[in-house]
Structure formats: C-alpha cells, structure tokens
Design a protein around this ligand. Structure first.
Ligand SMILES: CC(C)(COP(=O)(O)OP(=O)(O)OC[C@H]1O[C@@H](n2cnc3c(N)ncnc32)[C@H](O)[C@@H]1OP(=O)(O)O)[C@@H](O)C(=O)NCCC(=O)NCCS
Length: 172
C-alpha cells in the first residue's frame, strides 16, 4: 500500500517547521515521546545541526504533494566516543499519514543511506503501547532486547519502554 506520490529525501532547513509541528503533536497528545513541552524552533534548529547528508547521523523526510508527511533520523546513541558505532533511530509521521507505508519508505531510505558507514548497531526505544512502531521496527529486523519497566513518567503515570536492536554493517 505504498503511496506512489510519496518522495523520500534528506531533510533541509526548510522542512524544520513541518517536522516540529509533527513532533509537537505527539508531545502534546501521546506518550510515544517523553518530552512534555512543545519543542521551540530554536531548539529544533540546534537539533538539525547534528545531521548531515553524509556520515552516521542522517535525517530523511517523506513528502506527499510537496507537504512533509514524516521524518526519520539516525542520531548519536550516547555522547561517549565508544558509542559512535551505535545510532538511535526514530520516525514520526503526520497523523494523517500513518498506516500507509510511509514509515517503511522512510526507514528503507534511511538504512540505505547508512550502508557503508562505520556503524554496528541501531537502537529504538519504544514507549508502550505502540503496536505500529513495534510492527515497523520488526519489519526492519529490529529485535526486542530489553523491557525497561516504568522508565518514563508522563500524563501522571509511568510507561514501560521496550528497546529494540538491529545489527548494521553486515555483521552481527
Ligand atoms: C510508528 C509509525 C512511524 C509507523 O509508520 P507507518 O507508516 O504507520 O507504518 P507502515 O504503514 O509503514 O507499516 C509498517 C508495518 O507495520 C504494520 N503496522 C502499521 N500500523 C500497525 C498497527 N497499528 N498495528 C499493527 N501493525 C501495524 C504494517 O502492517 C506494516 O507491516 P507489513 O508491511 O508487514 O504489513 C507511525 O505509525 C507513526 O508515526 N506513529 C506515531 C509516532 C510514533 O509512534 N513514532 C514512533 C515512536 S517509537
């Protein structure tokens, strides 16, 4: 069910407002991210400075009829240099774009772009429940390796987070 008119490309500065709007919807309405205040554009621009069109840390956007429908990123897992061969991946779609294969298109292009990079593991932390995100990550060969119970608190309650891992670079 892949939407023929969806295009996936590296993100540019012009996409940041749309990216921020998508993300802030999930901040306000859901537990899938543990941010609890809308991200400002200033913070968003600083965040964008960590990505490039080469290297380990990439940001892809999906567009449909010129509108940003979602984005996917590979980010530093932790700041210490020994973690550089690990990335944390993340994907968010506009609410009207979910369930149409756009997440899979974004991950396909993201992981294609990372081929040949000096990377060994990708991780995704999924606050539960989130069946769509689990299905997407399992489709891309992520395996659940941990369940952290009550790892985050939002909306006055605690949430479990399942951590998923995917080997990269052709070796396990
Ligand atoms: C999670 C998300 C990125 C998935 O992207 P998507 O475009 O909706 O998913 P796709 O249509 O590409 O589907 C990928 C797979 O998941 C399955 N899937 C999608 N939604 C599902 C659901 N609600 N329940 C079970 N499986 C689901 C699809 O059937 C597909 O598997 P298949 O190819 O074997 O049929 C998207 O739903 C989203 O942005 N959700 C809100 C934000 C979010 O939770 N982000 C992740 C934070 S960890």
């Amino acid at each position: 069910m892949i939407h023929a008119s969806v295009d996936v490309r590296p993100a540019s500065e012009k996409d940041l407002e749309a990216i921020n709007d998508i993300y802030n919807h999930y901040v306000a309405e859901t537990h899938v991210t543990f941010d609890d205040e809308p991200m400002t554009m200033e913070v968003r621009r600083e965040w964008f400075s960590h990505y490039a069109e080469a290297g380990r840390h990439r940001l892809m956007v999906a567009t449909e009829s010129g509108q940003v429908a979602g984005y996917a990123s590979s980010s530093r897992f932790r700041p210490k240099p020994g973690y550089l061969t690990s990335v944390e991946t993340s994907v968010y779609l506009s609410p009207d774009a979910v369930g149409k294969g756009v997440g899979a298109r974004l991950y396909t292009e993201l992981f294609k772009s990372l081929e040949g990079e000096d990377l060994h593991r990708a991780y995704a932390g999924i606050a539960l429940p989130n069946p769509a995100s689990i299905a997407l990550h399992e489709k891309f060969a992520f395996k659940r390796v941990a369940l952290f119970t009550e790892q985050g608190r939002k909306f006055g309650r605690y949430w479990d987070v399942a951590w998923f891992e995917k080997p990269l670079g052709g070796e396990t």
